[in-house]
Ligand binder design. Sequence first.
Ligand code: KG4
Ligand code: ZN
Length: 340
Amino acid sequence: MRVLGIETTCDETAAAVVGLAGDGRGVILSNEILSQITEHAAYGGVVPEIAARAHVEVIDRLVARALKAADVTLKDIDAVAAAAGPGLIGGVIVGLTTGKALALVSGKPFIAVNHLEAHALTARMTDGVAFPYLLLLASGGHTQLLAVRGVGDYVRLGTTIDDAIGEAFDKTAKMLGLPYPGGPEVERQALHGDPARFALPRPLAGRPDPDFSLSGLKTAVRIEAERIAPLSARDVADLCASFQAAVVDVVADRVRMGLRAFRQKAGHPTALVVAGGVAANQAIRRGLTRLASEAGLPLVTPPPALCTDNGAMIAWAGLERLRLGLTDDLTAPARARWPL
Ligand code: KG4
Ligand code: ZN
């Protein structure tokens, strides 16, 4: 079984071919990606119109490259999957329409994949994680704690009531004059900063509902930055380190409550899985490693390149759905919003 996957919901154009291994995991036959980061960097964030145009310019080439790298043609593919949302609608339409066209000309089944579901199922492709598991999905647009009980069977335990975690990293970076995307930049700065210099809040700490709130933390960074302005390189590093340390604490506290909620609603998880771009953060990973070992659970973090947006996760989600006979017809709509 082999599925072609297409991803265009944000600022990465990606296409991949994924197959199924004997042990039930995925085999990534190709995973091509073109990032538009440089095109958006000047604006400090993703500009939807620029993103959509950039996807149009490269999508054909990228799909051809993914097929070639996997050493297959459309004939060898069992289905075409494309992310149909949630995301920036112009970009979503580009990938979705391309996927539908390829399915139509090749006569292969089409699968309209929910981008969040693709992040949620990635750990099954990489590590063969069994249902049910607790997933922390933390990206630039989303922060959710989910009980993943099966394909298409998700219980949302908690979410953010304001900013997504990645968004908080991005906004904090922008405030401190660091380039976009802010997450990796803040992490780099934090490496040589003092995490104890600024006493920042840990919003919602100890609250039983596993929701997140990040905007107060971001505001606290702004207030400190304004208080000590102009900022030296050391100040920026210390602010980043203090901010990141607060996020690590917030994430650990919220996920601890998420585990409790999971046990009430979905029984015993097989693992704690972290996905989305923020999962690339090593400090957050370390915090979660501690928490998982306290809870006696394996922590599964797919490799960073599969935690951030990519085509392989869309192909894999398509493959999981194809196996269950869950295909879509070519009228499947592009959806800017599409909660799991
Ligand atoms: O999943 P993703 O590639 O795209 C979506 O938002 O769907 O996630 C990107 C987000 C950005 O907000 C970025 O700043 C954040 O993930 N991110 C990080 C790190 N790498 C990426 N945040 C913290 N630390 C990192 N190392
Ligand atoms: Zn994503």
